[in-house]
Structures are given as C-alpha cells and as structure tokens.
Design a binder for this molecule. Structure first.
Ligand code: PMP
Length: 529
C-alpha cells in the first residue's frame, strides 16, 4: 500500500507556473547569510545572492549561526514548546524585553501589553480585533448612559418636573426617519432609540493610507489597498477609507465626511432637549511607517503628525504596522521612531522569529488596553516556548553593544543606496527613483510600456516587468530580487545586516547590465537564456 501519493504539482500549481514563466521557479537546497544555493546540472551547489531576504524576515540573514545553535540547543533540551494555559514565562520575558526597547526608543514610560500571534496578518487582525473590542465596550457604555438619561427624562416628565422643549421635537422632525411630526415624549424617545439603533448596527470603518499593505487574511486584506487582493473579499469584513500619503489634510476631510452622531436626551431647567453624542465610526488608523508592498514609500513627519492629531481628536487608536519596517531594518528598532510617529498599538513579525521561528506580536499601550480581550482571543500556536525564546535571542543580538546592529544597518544601507543612486544617475531613462531607509530600499523602474522590444512592452503592460527583470537578474547574474507586492515596477532590496561590499558590487554589475538591456531595448538578450 502506498498511502503517500507521489503526484507532483499539487501545492499552488498556478503560482508555480507563473514563476516558471519568468524563470523564477528555482529550488534552493541550502541557505546562509545572504546566499541561497541551488543545484546546477552536475548537482553541485551554485550560489545565488539573495536580496529578497525572506520578504523582510531575515535581518540577521539565513540560518544565522547563533540563532541556529540556540534553536538546536532548545530542541535538544526538550523545552516544552506547546504547554498552553500554563505560566508563559518565556513570552513574559519577551514582552518585557520589547518594552525596554520601546521605552528606550520612544522615550516614554507607558507600558505596552503583548498579545502574541503567528504571522504578520494575524498580529494585524489581533490588533484590529482588540481595537473593535475597545470600541464596542465604549459604545456599550455610551448606550447605557443614553438609556439612563432616557429613563431619567421619562420619570421627570411623568412627575411633572420637566417638559419636552419644542426644540427637541423640531430637532427630531429634521432628523427623524419617519417624517411625521413628533407629538409627545414617548414618540421622541422612540425616535431617539430608532436613530441610535440604526447607527449602532453599522460596521466600523478603518483608516489607512493609499498603498497600504497589512496582510491577506479576511480582516487585514480590507486594510490592504491593492484592489486585486481586496475587492473580491469585500463582503467578508469591515471596510477602510484610504487617504493619499501626500495629502495629510485629506485625513480630517475623510473623518468629517463619515461623521455620525448618536442622540441623547438632556434635562436642563425643566426642559428635555435632544443632544448629539459623537459616534465612534472609526475603529483604528492602521499604517506602516515605510510602506513595503506598496512600493517602499516613506511616510513623512507631516503625515504622521496629521494622523496623530486627527486620531486624538476623535479618540481613534493608531496602529503602527512595523511588521516589515521594524526589528532594526530601518536603522532603528522601529522605523516610526525616525519620523516621530507614536502608535497606540505596534505590530511586529517577520524578523522577530530570527528566520527560524514563526511568531508575531501586537503591543498595546496600557491606557488603551482591555484585559478582558485575553479571554476572548487566542491561538494554539501563539506564545509557544520555542518562538518566544528565539525572539528573545533575536532582541539580544539586535540590542548588543549598545545597539551596534542598528548602526551597521544604517551604514550598510547608506553604501547600498549610494551604489543604487550612482546606477540611477547613469541610467535615468531606466531607473526612476531610489527610496527607503536602512536596509529597506526600493528601486523604481521607468515605465517601459512604450518599449520597442515587444516582450519588454508586453511585460510592462501586463504589470509583470518587475518579475521579468527579476527572472533576468537570476538567470544571468545569480542575483535574487523581487518587486514589491503591489507596485510591480519597484524592486525591493531587503538584504541582511551581513551585507558585504562585494555583494553590493555584484548587485551593481547585475543592475547595470539589466539597465543597458532595457535602454538598448535588446529583446533577444532580455528573454534569452
Ligand atoms: N504587514 C506588513 C507591513 C507586511 O509587510 C506584511 C507582509 N508582507 C504583513 C503585514 C503580513 O504579514 P504575513 O505575510 O506574515 O501575514
């Protein structure tokens, strides 16, 4: 009996075909530092220089020796990995270590409580769920207050101590859904209750910048701007309103356009009046300080300030998604600290697991934290002993020698960027822009949809040019790069902190070559083997 089938091509075969079409369907057999190894025709290892860096999960590189040794030791020691609902001492130590780093970088003493998860999107969903839990508890408290005011008004009117003001009826005639004039207090109350019930049953809204990427799960994909990812699943979750990153003033306008109120009753000087109470329409503003999948777009200090002040004005929490930009990648632990953006929530994932574990976390500011959330949210795998200890080890490496690693990231990033700027200066007709911070850089190609090389033009028009360029660089130069998820004309560079000058030179030669091919519109070379 052969219980295990040998059918090949069952794991996402369509994606495999798409990768194969541009020569990216390579199997790697070993990895270390910034190098992946494939087997050549003679079954010998052939190195490929990796600038994809696990989509940002490898700030320490592939199989960092200290992380690997530590992980091996943990497994050998028979560490309890899955001991759910016991004292999570390792996760607690990790939360404490993360707090120390945040305190140092943000210069603020407020504590952040940690909810652990397994992937980036899951941490975003935990953040969003917590924000909605908070909003719903605030709404429940507001509804209770309104109910108490209604009861009080009713008993005062019944006792002859108050009468509904004419203005109250007038307000309701304007605002009331029925259109019939309101005659007495009970009708007034019925109107208020109907009005409020309608608003209370509407789903919340989120705010996010255009270009945002926060994951592809049911909730998080609605915060991801890319329409191809988002719109087929619109019916499944609450919606976001997207604001352009270069228009900070659009934030307030968007908030004002969605403003809604609940109605309440107030009794002053024996008169019952209808008053408005602000309805918290927005559950959270979610943003990346440096957009990764959106094309390596930096959030400006001015935009960050506008987010903070607009959100403070309506009591809406700011969720700073540092899943790709955090863990030292920008040259600081949090990229948001470079632009003075202060979050109420922070999400971390990717490099938190040191390239070995899958783990993520949402950190929530104490003054916003709802402890009851812990009893309604959990995951079998979150907060496991192995991932928590590996993540602690990662933090230890990042923070060693007074944060030497952050300085190295910044310095390596400068060298890489200088090289990219030089190539761009020589090929301004091919390379449009170089952006980013630290080791999170993007190179945007000029639009090639008018190229006389048919294949280049076709790739450009179908949005695949970035992947075709990636295929070329891999085939010809053994350099691995990918475009960002939602901006296919921008190649993303996220190598590890171990990036060497030789590796930068290898990339330079590869980029200069592909730029020449595109400039010369040399189709034969571009698509040739
Ligand atoms: N947020 C950001 C900023 C990301 O870059 C990503 C992944 N690219 C995610 C969330 C989702 O993370 P994951 O793929 O682990 O679900």
């Amino acid at each position: 009996m052969n219980a295990i089938s040998s059918d090949a091509g069952l794991a996402e075969p369509h994606l495999a075909e798409v990768l194969a079409a541009v020569g990216l369907d390579v199997e790697y057999v070993r990895a270390e530092g910034n190098t992946l190894y494939r087997l050549d025709e003679q079954q010998r290892e052939a190195p490929v220089l990796d600038f994809v860096g696990g989509f940002g999960s490898l700030i320490l590189g592939h199989n960092h020796p200290e992380i690997v040794t530590y992980a091996q030791d943990l497994l050998r020691s028979q560490l309890p990995i899955h001991a759910q609902f016991s004292r999570a001492a390792h996760a607690d130590r990790l939360a404490s270590a993360l707090n120390s780093v945040l305190r140092r970088e943000l210069g603020d003493d407020e504590r952040y409580f940690a909810i652990f998860a397994n992937s980036g999107a899951e941490a975003v969903e935990a953040a969003v769920k917590h924000a909605e839990f908070d909003r719903s508890l605030k709404l429940a408290a507001l509804s209770e207050q309104i109910d108490a005011h209604v009861t009080q008004a009713r008993s005062l009117v019944q006792g002859g101590l108050a009468v509904p003001a004419d203005s109250a009826y007038a307000r309701l005639d304007e605002a009331g859904p029925s259109g019939d004039p309101v005659q007495d207090l009970e009708e007034l109350i019925a109107h208020v209750e109907r009005w409020n019930a309608e608003r209370l049953s509407t789903p919340p809204l989120f705010l996010a910048p255009e270009g945002a990427f926060h994951g592809k799960l049911v909730g998080s994909v609605q915060l991801t701007h890319n329409e191809a990812f988002r719109t087929p699943f619109k019916a499944l979750a609450a919606q976001a309103r997207f604001v352009p990153l270069d228009q900070p003033e659009a934030i307030r306008k968007t908030i004002d356009a969605e403003r809604r109120v609940l109605l309440d009753l107030a009794v002053t000087d024996g008169a019952v009046t209808v008053v408005e109470r602000e309805f918290p329409v927005f559950c959270a503003f979610v943003l990346e300080p440096i957009q990764g999948e959106g094309g390596i777009n930096m959030v400006t200090r001015e935009f960050a300030e506008a987010v903070r002040s607009a959100c403070d004005a309506i009591g809406c929490p700011v969720v700073v998604d540092e899943i790709q930009s955090g863990m030292g990648r920008s040259g600081a632990f949090l990229a948001s600290s470079l632009i003075g953006l202060r979050g109420d929530y922070y999400t971390l994932a990717k490099s938190l697991g040191g390239g070995v574990a899958k783990t993520s976390v949402v950190l929530i500011r104490e003054s916003r934290y709802r402890r009851e959330f812990e009893l309604v949210h959990s995951s079998t795998f979150a907060k496991d002993g192995f991932s928590s200890l590996v993540a602690l080890k990662v933090l230890e490496l990042l923070e060693a020698d007074g944060g030497r690693l952050y300085r190295v990231v910044a310095e390596r990033g400068r060298s890489l960027r200088t090289m990219l700027e030089t190539v761009r200066a020589d090929f301004p007709d091919v390379l449009k822009d170089v952006r980013g911070a630290g080791l999170m850089l993007g190179v945007e190609f000029q639009d090639q949809s008018g190229s006389t090389a048919g294949a280049v033009r076709d790739f450009a028009r179908s949005g695949f040019l970035g992947y075709a360029v990636a295929g070329y660089l891999l085939r010809r130069h053994a350099v691995r790069l990918f475009p960002t998820g939602s901006a296919a004309n921008t190649l993303r560079l996220e190598p590890s902190v171990a990036l060497t000058d030789d590796e930068i030179s290898q990339l330079e030669a590869a980029l200069r070559d592909v730029c020449s091919v595109l400039r010369d519109q040399d189709e034969g070379r571009f698509v040739g083997a």
